[in-house]
Design a protein around this ligand. Structure first.
Ligand SMILES: Nc1ncnc2c1ncn2[C@@H]1O[C@H](COP(=O)(O)OP(=O)(O)OP(=O)(O)O)[C@@H](O)[C@H]1O
Ligand SMILES: [Mg+2]
Length: 258
């Protein structure tokens, strides 16, 4: 359902972000993208909702080349493709409920949402989404009163309320400690399996990638250098992706928590 056909992306300053990427991702897959800093992981993820626009090739989602989309089509695309960020991107001074229900913005008319006229169904969908990530008791708290892990769960609830077909998550656990990271990854994995939402996640740590992914994609200098199930990742694969031998600080347990 997602297909990259010879996709390249050169940024305006001449940096090659992606280079001849060919890739097919099926509905419901849980894919983790790994690679060095600057390898092109974010560029790859952000291409899929056109936060960045590849300069060559075709990027097909649900049988349409999204590279030729106009603004109206892009808005529809972004309703279908939800996004989760490292820094949660919540409206800090708003309540959890307001944040989560804003997941419906793409569905509800702008005018209605300006006046806070969300239909009752949207409110109950938002509440159910909070329940699914076990944070419904915080519904009327202000977002900035929650811990990082709780905020990221609210961000997952917001994306669920959007009812997307695809979830993109760019380093969703990079600001969290290891146990909280595992909790957030477990929820992402759970909703992926329950709702069959295609989920594509960038992760820093190879062991965490292997624990949660159906499939791992290794990126290096804008190119895909590994694509396969976690069970096929070996020390040699690691060296292909990272250009060096594995070290303790590549593993979640070896992370030095500030
Ligand atoms: N807006 C931009 N303009 C110019 N170059 C960019 C831009 N965004 C990213 N790049 C460059 O494109 C390359 C890929 O960047 P990208 O952000 O995709 O890497 P990444 O794998 O996500 O890295 P990190 O792990 O640090 O987040 C890098 O060389 C980066 O400097
Ligand atoms: Mg990145």
């Amino acid at each position: 359902m997602i297909e990259f056909k010879d996709v390249s992306l050169v940024y305006p300053n001449g940096t090659q972000g992606l280079k001849n990427v060919n890739l097919k991702i099926n509905q419901g897959e849980f894919v983790v993208i790994v690679g060095l800093s600057g390898a092109g992981k974010s560029t790859l993820i952000r291409s899929m909702n056109r936060l960045v626009t590849p300069t060559e090739g075709e990027l097909i989602i649900d049988d349409e080349n999204i590279l030729s989309y106009n603004q109206r089509k892009l808005r529809k695309l972004r309703t279908k493709v939800g996004m989760i960020f490292q820094n949660y991107n919540l409206v800090k001074r708003s309540t959890v409920m307001k944040n989560v229900i804003s997941g419906r913005l793409g569905h509800t008319g702008t005018l209605a949402s300006l006046f806070n006229l969300f239909p009752k169904e949207a409110v109950s969908l938002a509440y159910r989404s909070l329940e699914r990530v076990n944070i419904a008791e915080k519904v009327y708290m202000r977002a900035d009163q929650l811990s990082g892990g709780q905020q990221q769960r609210v961000a997952i609830a917001r994306v669920l309320t959007q009812q997307p077909k695809i979830i993109l998550a760019d380093e969703p656990v990079a600001s969290l400690d290891p146990p909280t990271s595992h909790q957030v990854m477990t929820y992402l994995r759970k909703v992926n399996k329950e709702d069959n939402i295609t989920t594509i996640v960038n992760l820093h740590f190879i062991d965490m990638a292997m624990e949660y992914a159906d499939r791992i994609i290794g990126v290096r200098a804008g190119e895909i250098v590994f694509d396969g199930p976690a069970s096929e990742v070996s020390e040699k694969t690691f060296e292909e992706i990272y250009g060096r031998k594995i070290r303790e600080d590549d593993l979640v347990g070896g992370q030095d928590n500030e």
